[in-house]
Write a protein that binds this ligand. Structure first.
Ligand code: FAD
Length: 386
């Protein structure tokens, strides 16, 4: 095999984006994937590009919107749309809606938060349960779950990236320097290696070791066909998008009895062309998705009653790559020359991953210094592999 400048491991949103940027910048790149492009969360998510609240993530989100504009210029099948669909945080507590609106107004006034209830809310979204109160934000771009990853892969391929579907790949090192990747028991040389394997990034870098700064949080999503689907993205106003405490195996094994509330089911609904994406669970272990259908329906129908009887068109599940502080690991690995990481985007990867990929690509291309990446994202902030 011919040596390349950069080997990228993992063809999700992070890996395809960084491969496309680097090849566009003139580098020879090979992208290794053990399964298929967008096989994991990057092809099975809820499908909404969302404005986070954390200022650091907002920086990555804005860079991602720029990256999507770049992508749309090169790949005509990709289109994020000009205007956000809008997001409604929905609940039963008017005070909570007021509080959320106040916080967003103070932090991100351009999201134009607005509290809505009664006839105003019903006029805007007739499908909602009548007793709800909402805070509307002018954010949220629904897209097909794999749209951005597929488009980055297409652009990467056209720019000369060699995409290799192989078995699991790991970085290869000689002393304290990366020399390429190990695939099928042999080393293929590369000047640098970027690990973009989402929740599997720690084990890609430190197989069998104890370095585990990113964990999996498994989500189940149900595609439901709603006759008069809401046009906004919806989320429960008290959504704990990443509960501080992992749910624990007992919850994974036992979906709640029909109708009971569950701490690992949080309501979201994303409008899509044919069917809406009803989410989601937050589980430590890979679930049997069908076991969670009733719990998701029961939770969802409190907000959109038609969900109780809407035909199910499909179910999918995938793992969020969740870091210990909710922020991704982005940049150079301080313990191994030539190793880079772009992983750990949690529930925000479609909204922030390409921004992170751009930071790494710019540093490798010499357009910025490696230390231009915010230090809060350093891959060694939770320690290093031994
Ligand atoms: C239910 C759910 C809904 C979500 N909804 C949204 C949403 O609406 N908006 C949003 O912004 N984000 C959402 N997310 C989060 C988002 O999907 C993820 O953050 C993002 O897809 C992660 O992308 P990634 O490229 O880092 O990793 P992944 O998509 O996990 O890709 C990693 C790839 O690496 C491959 N791989 C792993 N190990 C190896 C190896 N050793 N060798 C070769 N290949 C390997 C895997 O096969 C995989 O293809 C959601 C997540 C879930 C679970």
């Amino acid at each position: 095999m011919v040596a390349v400048d950069v080997a990228v491991i993992g063809a999700g949103i992070a890996g395809t984006a960084v491969a496309a940027f680097l090849a566009d910048g003139g580098m020879r790149v090979r992208l290794y994937e053990r399964s298929a492009i967008a096989a994991a969360a990057s092809g099975r998510n809820s499908g909404i590009v969302q404005h986070p609240f954390d200022p650091l993530l907002v920086g990555l989100y804005r860079a991602t919107l720029d990256a999507y504009a770049w992508l749309a210029e090169r790949e005509p099948t990709f289109d994020l749309g000009d205007d956000p669909a809008g997001l409604l945080y929905v609940g039963h507590d008017r005070e909570a809606a007021g509080r959320v609106a106040f916080e967003w107004q103070a932090a991100w006034p351009a999201t134009t938060p607005q509290v809505l209830e009664g006839a105003d809310l019903r006029r805007l979204e007739p499908a909602l349960a009548p007793d709800l109160v909402a805070c509307r934000l002018a954010v949220g771009y629904p897209i097909a779950p794999a749209a951005a990853t597929d488009a980055f892969a297409a652009v990467a391929r056209r720019a000369g990236v060699d995409i290799v579907i192989s078995g699991a790949v790991t970085p290869a090192a000689d002393g304290a320097t990366v020399v390429g990747v190990v695939t099928d028991g042999r080393v293929e040389q590369a000047g640098a290696v970027i690990v973009a394997t989402g929740p599997w990034a720690p084990e890609t870098i430190d197989p069998g070791g104890g370095w585990r700064p990113i964990r999996s949080s498994w989500g189940v999503v149900v595609s439901v066909a709603l006759d008069d689907a809401p046009r906004h993205g919806l989320e429960a106003i008290d959504i704990a998008i990443e509960p501080a405490e992992p749910a624990g195996p007992a919850d994974d094994d036992a979906p709640p009895e029909s109708g009971a509330r569950s701490s690992v089911v949080e309501f979201s609904l994303v409008p899509a062309f044919r069917s809406s994406a009803l989410g989601s669970t937050f589980l430590d272990r890979e679930p049997d998705p069908t076991a969670w259908l009733q719990a998701l329906r029961a939770t969802g129908s409190r907000f959109v009653p038609a969900i109780a009887t809407a035909p199910v068109e499909g179910m999918r599940h995938c793992a969020r790559p969740v870091s210990r502080d909710g922020r991704p690991l982005v940049g150079r690995a301080s313990w191994l020359d030539g190793l880079w990481i772009v992983a750990g985007h949690g529930p925000w990867g479609i909204s922030t991953g390409p921004g992170s990929a751009g930071l790494v690509a710019d540093a490798i291309l010499g357009r910025t210094r490696a230390d231009a990446i915010p230090p809060e994202l350093r891959p060694d902030r939770f320690g290093t592999p031994l």
